[in-house]
Design a protein around this ligand. Structure first.
Ligand SMILES: C[S@@+](CC[C@H](N)C(=O)[O-])C[C@H]1O[C@@H](n2cnc3c(N)ncnc32)[C@H](O)[C@@H]1O
Length: 234
């Protein structure tokens, strides 16, 4: 993301489009010591798209089977990835990328209405191991996160592990929950939780799809402030 904000989106998109993917080519590429941040960004995308479950943590290996048995090719869609990067470049001047503690940043904006937070924390609540294995930075005070969500003026949407500890925290802070299907690292369909103050709008969507829409961006009127009302919790 930093690279896109710094103006290297086109370089990165072209690097992805020109790369001829094979296991040997990936090994030789990621062995190189990156001399620039943009080269490091390319290596990171390459690993994320060809390693098992997109896991970058130490000990992770190449996708063996992947989606439909296509191995390392199964998540390498160069044209789509390049397009997503170029789409982001269109709004780069609105992005402030911070390498920081998300909780601290949330607390900084806590008093501002009109701010909306999408929160996707590591799944480590209740001593769960999944988040620990997947991420280098997995330690998180989940109770503090829920408290921050309750106290802030703006609204939020959080995705989280479908675990009893998480549901207990969501209930005790008066939030709603919905279950949505997701595919895990092993391509099994599981359910994860969506948590928010009022999720009744989700009931109108029997399934969720990523639409292949052209991105359009325009100035929008600032919404009237006022803390969203909590509805009855699920
Ligand atoms: C479930 S992943 C998010 C994945 C992301 N939404 C995506 O689509 O790539 C959770 C991430 O939170 C990061 N993380 C853990 N504690 C954090 C903190 N205090 N502040 C910011 N990020 C944190 C982890 O390093 C991990 O990358």
């Amino acid at each position: 993301m930093d690279i896109i904000v710094q103006g290297d989106a086109e370089w990165l998109a072209n690097r992805i489009l020109d790369f001829e993917l094979s296991k040997e080519a990936v090994i030789s590429e990621i062995k190189k010591i990156p001399l620039t941040l943009r080269e490091k960004a390319f290596q990171t995308i390459l690993k994320n798209r060809t390693f098992h479950g997109g896991i970058l943590a130490e000990g992770s290996g190449f996708l063996k089977y992947g989606e439909n048995g296509k191995g390392i090719h199964s998540r390498w869609y160069p044209a789509t990835i390049a397009k997503r990067i170029l789409n982001l470049a269109n709004i780069a001047d609105r992005i402030d990328f911070r390498c920081d503690d998300g909780l601290k940043v949330m607390e900084e904006f806590s008093g501002r209405c009109g701010v909306v937070y999408f929160i996707d924390p590591p799944y480590t609540a209740g001593g769960k191991k999944a988040g620990k294995r997947l991420y280098k930075h997995y330690g998180l005070d989940h109770e503090r996160l829920f408290r921050a969500c309750e106290n802030m003026e703006g609204d939020f949407l959080m995705t989280h592990d479908n675990a009893e500890e998480v549901k207990d925290m969501a209930r005790s802070h008066g939030f709603q929950m919905r279950l949505v299907p997701m595919n895990n690292t092993h391509h099994a369909t599981m359910e994860e939780l969506v948590i928010g103050r009022n999720l009744s709008w989700m009931d109108g969507f029997p399934s969720v799809h990523e639409l292949n829409a052209e991105y359009a961006y325009r100035a929008t009127k600032k919404k009237r402030c006022g803390k969203p009302l909590k509805a009855d919790t699920a």
